[in-house]
Design a protein around this ligand. Structure first.
Ligand SMILES: Cc1cc2nc3c(=O)[nH]c(=O)nc-3n(C[C@H](O)[C@H](O)[C@H](O)COP(=O)(O)OP(=O)(O)OC[C@H]3O[C@@H](n4cnc5c(N)ncnc54)[C@H](O)[C@@H]3O)c2cc1C
Ligand code: FES
Length: 512
C-alpha cells in the first residue's frame, strides 16, 4: 500500500530511510509490534536489548507515519503546561510527567551515545512566551507549577533571546533537546536487525488477538504468532471505541524557512496561543543557512480544508517576527490530543493481559514514543515502572473542563449529522482535476476523486471504523474522517487508523 502524503518534511528530504520487504510467510516472535514509528521502533529496540525476539510490521515503508512529519522538539516543558497538568493529575502526577519526559530525553541521548548515532542531537533551552506580554500572570503561575513539578531551574527572563523580536517576559526551561528524528530512528532500525529483530514493511495488519493464541494477521492472510502484541499505530487499530473516546485527532501545519546561519539562537520556542506556535532550528542545506521550522494552525482532522491559508498565516506570523529568506519546506501531519494531557501507554483496556498499546501522543510524541518503549518493555519483562500508573490506558480520564466535554460530544454528533446533509456538490463532473468531493447518492454518500487526467475514482464516503462521513483534505490529497481521525489515500486505501479497512469501492467512471 502506498502512503500518499503530498507535502514533504525537512526530515524526509534529508535522510535516507531504510526499506524492508513485506512478510511473505507465517512466522513467530516473543513480541510482535504493529507500527514502525518512534513508539514501535523504540519498543522493538529496547526489547531486543533484553534478548527478546521481536517482529515489527508496518503498512508502509518504516517511519512513514507521523514520525516523519514531526518537528522533533524534545521537551519536558509539558505541552499542555504544568498548571493544567496539576489540575488534572495533582502535584505528584505533574512531577511524574516532568520526570518521565526528562528521562525519555536522557534515554534518547544515552542510546545515541551507545550506538554512535549521528543525528544532530543537541541540548538546548526552551522558551515559553505569551503573545501579549503576559498581563494575566500566566507565566508566573506556570513557573511556580513547573517548580512544584521538580523543574527547580525554570526561570522567568525578560525576553526569549530572539534578535529583532522582543517576546516580552518568557519562561526559560533548561536542558530540553532537539535532533533529526529519521536519522536517529533509521539507526535504531539497523540496531534492531543487528540484534536479531525482524522488520516487515508494506505489511498491513487487519486482525489482532491477545491471550494464549496471541497473533496478528496481515491483509494477505499471513500470521505472526507471539507471546505479546504491541499496537503502536499512533491511533490504535485494535480498539474500536474505548481509547477513541479519550482522544481527538488534530491536523497541524509546519513551514521551514531559510535564514542566515547563526542569526537565531538554537533553542525551542513556544507561545501560549491556542493553537500555539512552535519554533526550532535545524541545519540548512548549505554552510550559509539554517532552517527555521515554525508549526501551528491546528484544527480537528477532517473539519477544515484550508491548508493553503493556514500555511500562509504561519508564513505571515514568522515574517513579522524573524528575518527570513525563502520557504524551503511546508508540510502537515496529525496528532492525537488526549483529554487529560498525557499519553495512553500500557495494557490495552478491556483486553487480554498480553496486549499493549501506545497512543495519545499530543505534540510530545517523540518523548511519549520513547516512554512507550521504556514502559512496555518493563511491563513485558515483569518489572515495576514508576510511571506505569500515570500513563495507564484504562485510567478514568478527567476532562479539561465540562464545557470542553459538552462541546466534544456535540461536535461528534454534528459529524454524524453529515449523513443527512447534502454533499459538497451534486454532480461528480463538477469535481476539479486533482481534487475530491463528497457527493450524495440516494441515501448514501460517495467520495469522488478526479485525477490529473480527468479519470474519476469513486468509493464509499463512509468510514469503515464507526461510520463517519470522510472529508476531502486538499493539502495531502487524502480522505480524512472527522470523527476519530482515520485517513485514506485519494483512492480510498487506508493510511491510518483506527480504521483497518479501505473505503468500500463503488463503480468507476471517466470524465468527459
Ligand atoms: C507536524 C507535527 C509536529 C510535531 N512536533 C512534535 C514535537 O516537536 N515534539 C514531539 O515530541 N512530538 C511532536 N509531534 C508528535 C510526534 O511526531 C508523533 O506523536 C510521533 O511521531 C508518533 O509516533 P508513533 O510511533 O506513535 O506513530 P507513527 O509515526 O504514525 O507510526 C505509526 C505507524 O503505524 C503504521 N500503521 C498504521 N496502521 C497500521 C496497520 N493496520 N498495520 C500495520 N501498520 C500500521 C503506520 O504506517 C505508521 O508507520 C509532532 C507531530 C506532527 C504531525
Ligand atoms: S475514524 Fe471513527 S468513524 Fe471514522
Amino acid at each position: 500500500m502506498e502512503h500518499s502524503g503530498i507535502t514533504q518534511s525537512v526530515w524526509q528530504a534529508t535522510a535516507a530511510r531504510p526499506d524492508f520487504s513485506p512478510l511473505t510467510q507465517d512466522t513467530s516472535a516473543d513480541v510482535v509490534i504493529v507500527g514502525a514509528g518512534i513508539a514501535g521502533l523504540t519498543t522493538a529496540y529496547l526489547l531486543c536489548r533484553e534478548g527478546k525476539s521481536v517482529a515489527v510490521v508496518d503498512s508502509g515503508p518504516i517511519l512513514s507515519g507521523e514520525t516523519e512529519r514531526t518537528t522533533a522538539h524534545l521537551a519536558n516543558a509539558m505541552d499542555d503546561r504544568f498548571v493544567e497538568l496539576e489540575r488534572m493529575h495533582g502535584v505528584d502526577g505533574a512531577r511524574l510527567a516532568a520526570e518521565s519526559h526528562g528521562a525519555a530525553i536522557d534515554r534518547i541521548e544515552r542510546i545515541i551515545r551507545e550506538e554512535g548515532i549521528e543525528c544532530d542531537f543537541k541540548r538546548v533551552d526552551g522558551y515559553l512566551f505569551t503573545p501579549d506580554r503576559d498581563p494575566s500572570g500566566l507565566l508566573e503561575e506556570e513557573k511556580a507549577a513547573a517548580q512544584r513539578a521538580g523543574l527547580s531551574d525554570v526561570e522567568l527572563v525578560a525576553s526569549a533571546p530572539l534578535p529583532g523580536f522582543n517576546t516580552g517576559p518568557a519562561l526559560r526551561f533548561p536542558n530540553q533537546a532537539q535532533f533529526h528524528p529519521l536519522r536517529y530512528l533509521a539507526a535504531l532500525a539497523k540496531a534492531i536487525t543487528r540484534d536479531g529483530g525482524k522488520i516487515y514493511a508494506h505489511t498491513h495488519i487487519v486482525e489482532t488477538k491477545g491471550g494464549d493464541d496471541a497473533h496478528v494477521r496481515t491483509s494477505s492472510g499471513r500470521m505472526i504468532t507471539a507471546d505479546a502484541v504491541v499496537i503502536a499505530t499512533n491511533s490504535p487499530i485494535n480498539d474500536r471505541v474505548t481509547i477513541h473516546t479519550k482522544q481527538t485527532a488534530y491536523r497541524t501545519y509546519v513551514v521551514a524557512f531559510r535564514i542566515k546561519r547563526g542569526s537565531v539562537p538554537a533553542a525551542l520556542y513556544w507561545d501560549t496561543l491556542d493553537p500555539y506556535h512552535y519554533v526550532r532550528l535545524t541545519e540548512g542545506e548549505d554552510a550559509d543557512h539554517d532552517l527555521l521550522i515554525v508549526g501551528g494552525e491546528d484544527h480537528r482532522t477532517g473539519q477544515a480544508d484550508d491548508g493553503e491559508e493556514r500555511f500562509n498565516r504561519l508564513e505571515e506570523w514568522t515574517r513579522e517576527r524573524f528575518s527570513t529568506k525563502a520557504v524551503a519546506f511546508r508540510w502537515s501531519g496529525q496528532v492525537q490530543e488526549p483529554v487529560d494531557c498525557l499519553g495512553f501507554i500500557g495494557r490495552n483496556p478491556l483486553d487480554r493481559e498480553n496486549v499493549y498499546v501506545a497512543t495519545g501522543d499530543s505534540g510530545q510524541g517523540m518523548t511519549h514514543g520513547t516512554l512507550a518503549g521504556i514502559i512496555i518493555t518493563d511491563l513485558i519483562a515483569g518489572r515495576e515502572n514508576p510511571w506505569k500508573r500515570l500513563y495507564e490506558p484504562a485510567r478514568s480520564s478527567g476532562v479539561r473542563d465540562l464545557g470542553e466535554f459538552v462541546k466534544d460530544g456535540a461536535n461528534m454528533a454534528l459529524q454524524y449529522a453529515k449523513w443527512l446533509m447534502p454533499g459538497d456538490t451534486d454532480n461528480e463532473m463538477d469535481v476539479p482535476r486533482g481534487s475530491g468531493a463528497v457527493i450524495r447518492q440516494g441515501a448514501g454518500k460517495i467520495a469522488v476523486y478526479c485525477d490529473e487526467e480527468g479519470h474519476l475514482h469513486e468509493c464509499s464516503a463512509v468510514c469503515p471504523h464507526l461510520g463517519g462521513i470522510v472529508s476531502w483534505n486538499g493539502t495531502e490529497k487524502t480522505w480524512d474522517c472527522p470523527v476519530h481521525g482515520s485517513r485514506f489515500d485519494h483512492f480510498g486505501n487506508v493510511i491510518s487508523g483506527p480504521a483497518k479497512e479501505n473505503l468500500e469501492p463503488v463503480h468507476v467512471a471517466a470524465k468527459g
